[in-house]
Design a binder for this molecule. Structure first.
Ligand code: ADP
Length: 472
């Protein structure tokens, strides 16, 4: 028979106490941890298992007697040291008498474990407290910074109201811009600490959706056109005039994405789209996309983007500046509004940031019957946008799957400048309606054929028929 001691050599140094005893209860092996915990200093072998667990094992002429199970489950025992003091252990007993002629006991000091757990808990609490103090400090300092920055800004604006020579005016404009930038950073840090501390609350109110988008556009259009970039905004007519939500925070998320798009794009265009994707009772889901033709983001860096203080790499922060807080704040705000934010991007080609949020319907809107369909985004092009080849893909694969499953009505409003574009557009519609109900498919096919024949009257007829079908 192979000696068990040869097999257990690697366990000599484990923190767990290991004892082996034979059928007579005589201990034949004790590892270093057992020797230390039980304070036997090397002479534990030869003792009886009853010496270590007197409450659970008794001496017997034929060996030992015990009620303890040898099935390997965890049991609580009391272990006695050589000096007869004791401590609780969590132990496992194994019966290896058939193969090795030995029984094995593996035991851990529970007091030590509990002590360690308490110590870990204490360290955790101290770390949380330190984080809280740090966050409060950052929040206080940032708050205090606001006063002097606004003081400078106020004075600069007063001076700008007076007659100045052009050089002084240029300097003052620069100071004004710097103060504006500083205010943005201060506000970001304040928002971030509030969100982290769980003290952030949304303030939903009824507001005019399209006015909000106009405001966002007016905030950015100068910078975008200064850089020579194109700007396009498309809003689905399915979005009602009034919605109920935290307008300020929606502006903040959109503003941040458009600022980033502007910052990281030197040629091309930025487009913003807003569509309504679902309705449940008096709430609707809005889906936004901010697309640019800028530097793009490497696939490997995408996961880092929404973490706090994260920028893609140091060279980007040196060149473009920023705190790396913007997208993290956007993510937290979007999640507070019941949605999620995502990015699709290709290095050197551009990025598309998209997010969804839920907003309330105004009382009048909510009374209109809820349509049981997921609405298709408007496929008509913005009159300024030329990129017809670009078939828009809305949202995540789940989003697309849900669109496909739930689509029962398709509302189209199309204006095209030439037949070629109309045909390409119809092809896109046809692809997107592959999974739609047969009636929709039939009308779409007829519309497609009519467009291909360049028959204006027929197209109008088919279109009227499609409208009638949808109104029925
Ligand atoms: P910052 O204030 O530094 O811009 P953000 O959280 O808004 O912080 O963005 C984090 C990083 O994500 C940016 O530094 C940049 O590396 C990357 N990023 C964000 N938006 C874009 C974009 N539209 N195109 C390319 N990179 C982007």
């Amino acid at each position: 028979m192979e000696s068990i001691e040869n097999c257990i050599f690697p366990i000599e140094d484990t923190l767990e106490m290991i004892l082996m005893f034979d059928g007579n209860g005589k201990i034949s092996y004790a590892n270093a941890a057992a020797m230390k915990e039980l304070e036997y200093e090397g002479d534990l072998c030869g003792h009886h298992i009853h010496d270590v667990f007197p409450n659970s094992f008794s001496l017997d002429q034929d060996g030992f007697k015990t009620d303890v199970s040898f099935g390997g489950e965890l049991i609580n025992l009391v272990a006695y040291r050589k000096n007869q003091t004791c401590f609780p252990v969590e132990a496992k007993m194994l019966d290896n008498s058939n193969s090795f002629g030995q029984y094995i006991c593996l035991a851990n000091d529970i007091l030590e474990k509990e002590f360690l757990c308490k110590e870990i808990e204490q360290v955790k609490q101290e770390a949380q407290q330190a984080m809280k103090v740090k966050s409060e400090f950052v929040a206080n300092v940032t708050h205090e910074l606001r006063t002097p920055v606004n003081g400078i800004l106020g004075n600069v604006r007063d001076l700008l109201g007076s007659k100045l020579d052009s050089k002084v005016e240029r300097y003052l404009r620069l100071i004004e811009r710097c103060c504006g930038d500083m205010n943005k950073i201060i506000n970001n840090i304040l928002d971030f600490s509030k969100l982290e501390a769980g003290k952030f609350t949304l303030e939903p109110r009824k507001f005019q959706f399209r006015n909000m988008l106009d405001y966002v556009k007016s905030n950015h259009i100068n910078k975008i056109t200064e850089k020579g970039l194109g700007f396009f905004m498309t809003v689905s007519p399915q979005i009602p005039e009034y919605v109920i939500g935290d307008e300020l925070r929606i502006v903040q998320v959109l503003g941040n994405l458009i600022s980033n798009a502007t910052k990281f794009t030197s040629v091309g265009k930025i487009s913003v789209e807003a569509v309504r994707t679902a309705r449940v009772n008096d709430k609707i889901e809005l889906f936004f996309m901010v697309k640019d033709t800028g530097i793009g983001i490497d696939g490997a860096d995408k996961d880092k983007l929404f973490q706090s203080f994260s920028q893609v790499d140091a060279s980007i922060s040196r060149k473009y500046g920023g705190t790396g807080l913007g997208l993290n704040i956007c993510k937290q705000l979007v999640e507070l509004m019941g949605g999620r934010i995502e990015v699709e991007s290709e290095k050197n080609k551009g990025s598309t940031f998209s997010f969804s949020i839920w907003v309330g319907l105004s009382e009048e809107e909510a009374q209109l019957p809820a349509q049981e369909f997921v609405e298709m985004p408007m496929m008509g092009t913005s009159s300024e946008e030329e990129d017809v080849e670009d078939i828009r893909q809305y949202g995540t694969p789940e989003n697309k799957k849900s669109l496909k499953n739930n689509l029962s009505k398709l509302i189209l409003c199309v204006e095209m400048e030439n037949w070629e574009k109309a045909e390409m557009f119809m092809e896109t519609v046809r692809t997107l309606t592959v999974g739609a109900p047969r009636e929709v498919g039939r009308v779409v096919l007829r519309l497609k054929m009519a467009i291909q024949k360049e028959n204006y009257d027929k197209v109008i007829n088919e279109f009227t028929e499609l409208n009638q079908f949808l109104e029925a």
